[in-house]
Design a protein around this ligand. Structure first.
Ligand code: GDP
Ligand code: MG
Length: 192
């Protein structure tokens, strides 16, 4: 658990279950180099990043938020290979999505919009929780995307927004608690 589990995602699916058996799948999307794997490793509690490079990893962890425990399976597999099959699979499998761009890279921001549109197309009528993440907020001097641009984009795309720094561990906890709260809200409104 809680490590660079394996590059076969099926093998870990069964290991993550909490008391009510519910495990939520959260999928990381975004261009290469924006910091998806760095964020995922922090989530997974993996300290040393050097020994688990660039394979598709899945992180399984329970979070206690607002006195309630929930299991999350975080998929960092978007770039695992370049097959269309995997990309389609990613678009279909998530209970929630984290779309990451780098605030130092305008084109990754544009790519994030594209991904949001693709996701909407793939999951038309579903109202899936999505958080748009502007990562690398520590790199002040090479910033190409402002906070305002990021949050305006999130408004247009009807999703939440947060800026993070994986390097400084800034806002990373808030990000994962935020996605969990959104999943719960969505679930509660479905049950009513
Ligand atoms: P991925 O391709 O989206 O999985 O991105 P990685 O997590 O592999 O990160 C790509 C590079 O950006 C690595 O060299 C990371 O160390 C660096 N990086 C990731 N997050 C941050 C951040 O918040 N700040 C800074 N300065 N560098 C970061
Ligand atoms: Mg990666």
């Amino acid at each position: 658990r809680n490590s660079c589990v394996s590059d076969s995602s099926d093998s870990v699916i069964s290991s993550g279950s909490d008391s009510d058996g519910q495990v939520y799948k959260v999928v990381l999307l975004g261009e290469h180099g924006v910091g998806k794997s760095s964020l995922a490793r922090i989530f997974g509690g993996v300290e040393d990043s050097s020994d688990c490079e660039e394979t598709g990893n899945t992180y399984d962890r329970s979070l206690v938020v607002d006195d309630e425990e929930t299991s999350i399976l975080l998929y960092d597999i978007w770039e695992h290979d370049n097959s269309q099959w995997l990309k389609d699979q990613c678009m279909r499998m998530g209970d929630a999505y984290i779309i990451v761009y780098s605030v130092t890279d305008k084109s990754s921001f544009e790519k994030a919009s594209e991904l949001r549109i693709q996701l909407r197309r793939a999951r038309q009528s579903e109202n899936i929780p999505i958080i748009l993440v502007g990562n690398k907020s520590d790199l002040v001097r090479s910033r190409e995307v402002s906070v305002d641009e990021g949050s305006a984009c999130a408004v247009v795309f009807d999703c939440k927004f947060i800026e993070t720094s994986a390097s400084l561990h800034h806002n990373v906890r808030d990000l994962f608690e935020g996605i969990l709260r959104q999943i719960r809200l969505r679930k509660d409104s479905k049950e009513e």
